[in-house]
Design a protein around this ligand. Structure first.
Ligand code: FAD
Ligand code: SF4
Ligand code: SF4
Length: 426
C-alpha cells in the first residue's frame, strides 16, 4: 500500500483525482489511503512534493541548507521575522525556519494593532491593512443584556490582514539577507553541557543539524524550544485564554470603531470583541479563561453572536481558534538561546494583545544576537533591556489583573483600566 509522509504532503489533492482505485481521500490537512490501493505507483510519480512512496518506488525531495549560521530563529511569526530581520541588519548570517507551508496561515489572531505599535517599525500599507480604526466602544452586561459603558474617539489603530502582514515581515527579513525555509519544523536543540549550540530541522522530511552561535525561540504559544533548553514553560490554566473567532461577513457596522464586551456571563475570565475589517466584515471573537470555561470557547461565541441582532445577521466565512498565554515568563535567556513573543508569554495580561510585544521583543533579541556574534555584548542584555522597556509594564498589568477576580471585572475601575490597556484612552 502507498505510504504517505504527512510532513511532506502539501494537501494539493492531485493524487486523489488520479487514483484509479479511488483509494485516496483528503480531509483539510490529512491524506488517507485505503486498502483498495494496489501499489500501481501513479500517484507517487504525480506528487509534486515527494510525499508518497511504494515499496518499489520512493522518490526524495532534495533541498540544500548550510550547516552553520550565526543565528537560527525558530518560527516566522511577528517575533521571529523581526528577530531575523534585526539580527541580519546587525551583520549576522541568519536562518529562519518555519514549520508551516505558508507563513501567516492559518491566522490565529483578531489582527488589531495600535498605530503607535505599527509605526514604531513600519508604515501601514494597503496590502496588509484591512481597516483603519479611530474609535472604540466598551459594553458591559447587566441583567437585561449589553449596555454601553463608554465610547472614545481619537485613538488610531489598524485591523491587519495577518496572512499578508506576517509574510511581509518574513519578506523584509529575506530582503535583508535572511535564509527563510518553510514547511521545516525545528525538532530539537543541539546541546553541549547545557549550552545551546544549534538546532535540528526537518527539511524535506530529512533531519539536518544546523549549528549556530545563537538560537532565538519564536515558536509561539505551542513553543517547545524553551522546554528543550530546560526552561519550565508550562502555562497554568488560569493564565490561558482559550479563544474562538469567526470572520463574519454580511454585517452592517461602523468600520472605524472596535467594540469590546466585558461579560462574565458570556465569557468567563475574558471578553468578546468585534474588530471591523471593512466591506461588511468583522473579526468577532471571544476568549475565556481555561480554568473557568465550562464549555468550549466556540459555544460561548455562538451564544454571544446570537444575542446581538447586528451580528447574528452575518455569516461566518472563517473560523479561527487559539490560545493566548497571559503569564510573562521569568526566564527568557539561557546560554545560547533567547525566547521571544508568545513563546516567552510576552502578551499584555489585560487585553491579550501580543503583536506589538512580539515585534518589539523580536527586534530587541535580533539586535542583541547580532551584538553577541560581533563579541560586543552578552545574551543577558536582552533580558535586562526587555525588563526596562516592557517587562515592568507587563508585570504591573499582570498584578492589576490579579487584583480583579474574574467576577469583579465589570466595575468602573476595571473598565477604565481595560479601556486604557486597549489604547482607546490615553
Ligand atoms: C484568537 C486570538 C486573537 C488575538 N488577537 C490579537 C489582536 O487583535 N492583537 C494582538 O496584538 N494580539 C492578538 N493575539 C495575540 C497574537 O496573535 C500573538 O501574541 C502573536 O501572534 C505572537 O507572535 P509570535 O511571533 O510570538 O507567535 P506566532 O504568531 O504564533 O508565530 C509562531 C510561529 O512559529 C511557528 N512554529 C512553531 N513551532 C515551530 C517549530 N518547531 N519549528 C518551526 N516553526 C515553528 C508557528 O508555525 C508560527 O508561525 C490574538 C491571539 C489569539 C489566539
Ligand atoms: S499507488 Fe495507485 S492505487 Fe495506490 S493510491 Fe496511488 S494511484 Fe491509487
Ligand atoms: S499529490 Fe502529494 S502533496 Fe498533493 S495531496 Fe497527494 S500526497 Fe499530498
Amino acid at each position: 500500500m502507498v505510504k504517505v509522509e504527512p510532513a511532506l504532503c502539501s494537501y494539493c489533492g492531485g493524487c486523489v483525482s488520479l487514483c484509479p482505485q479511488k483509494a485516496l481521500s483528503l480531509a483539510e490537512t490529512r491524506l488517507t489511503v485505503s486498502q483498495a490501493c494496489n501499489d500501481c505507483g501513479l500517484c507517487v510519480k504525480a506528487c509534486p512534493s515527494g510525499a508518497l512512496s511504494t515499496p518499489k518506488f520512493s522518490p526524495k525531495a532534495n533541498l540544500s541548507l548550510s550547516p552553520y549560521y550565526d543565528v537560527v530563529v525558530i518560527g516566522a511569526g511577528p517575533a521571529g521575522s523581526m528577530a531575523a530581520l534585526h539580527a541580519a541588519r546587525g551583520g549576522a548570517s541568519v536562518l529562519l525556519v518555519e514549520k508551516r507551508q505558508e507563513i501567516g496561515s492559518p491566522v490565529r489572531c483578531a489582527e488589531g494593532i495600535s498605530a503607535e505599535a505599527l509605526l514604531r517599525f513600519f508604515e501601514p500599507m494597503p496590502s496588509f491593512v484591512a481597516s483603519t480604526i479611530t474609535g472604540a466602544a466598551f459594553y458591559f452586561q447587566d441583567g437585561k443584556g449589553f449596555k454601553l459603558w463608554k465610547s472614545f474617539q481619537g485613538g488610531q489603530g489598524f485591523i491587519l490582514e495577518r496572512r499578508i502582514f506576517d509574510r511581509f515581515l518574513a519578506e523584509e527579513a529575506a530582503k535583508a539577507g535572511v535564509r527563510v525555509v518553510v514547511k521545516s519544523p525545528a525538532t530539537s536543540l543541539i546541546l553541549e553541557r547545557g549550552e545551546v549550540k544549534g538546532v535540528r530541522v526537518q527539511l524535506a522530511g530529512e533531519e539536518r543539524e544546523v549549528e549556530a552561535k545563537v538560537v532565538i525561540a519564536a515558536d509561539g504559544v505551542e513553543s517547545e524550544a524553551g522546554r528543550w533548553a530546560g526552561i519550565d514553560t508550562t502555562l497554568p490554566p488560569k493564565e490561558a485564554i482559550s479563544c474562538a473567532q469567526f470572520l463574519l461577513s454580511g454585517i452592517d457596522l461602523d468600520p472605524s470603531v472596535t467594540l469590546y464586551y466585558l461579560t462574565p456571563g458570556f465569557a468567563p475570565g475574558g471578553y468578546a470583541w468585534v474588530f471591523p475589517k471593512g466591506e461588511g466584515k468583522a473579526n468577532v471573537g471571544l476568549g475565556v479563561q481555561a480554568n473557568l470555561a465550562k464549555e468550549p470557547a466556540l459555544n460561548y461565541l455562538v451564544r454571544f453572536i446570537d444575542s446581538i441582532p447586528a451580528l447574528s445577521r452575518g455569516s461566518p466565512v472563517t473560523l479561527i481558534t487559539g490560545l493566548v498565554p497571559l503569564r510573562p515568563l521569568e526566564e527568557i535567556v539561557r546560554p545560547g538561546i533567547m525566547l521571544v513573543g508568545d513563546a516567552a508569554g510576552q502578551v499584555d495580561p489585560l487585553t491579550g494583545g501580543g503583536i506589538p510585544l512580539a515585534m518589539a521583543a523580536g527586534a530587541l533579541a535580533g539586535e542583541v544576537a547580532a551584538g553577541f556574534v560581533r563579541g560586543e555584548n552578552s545574551l543577558e542584555e536582552y533580558k535586562v533591556r526587555w525588563e526596562e522597556r516592557w517587562g515592568k509594564r507587563l508585570k504591573r498589568n499582570h498584578r492589576l489583573k490579579e487584583q480583579f477576580p474574574p467576577e469583579e471585572r465589570l466595575g468602573e475601575n476595571f473598565l477604565r483600566l481595560f479601556a486604557a490597556a486597549t489604547g482607546a484612552v490615553k
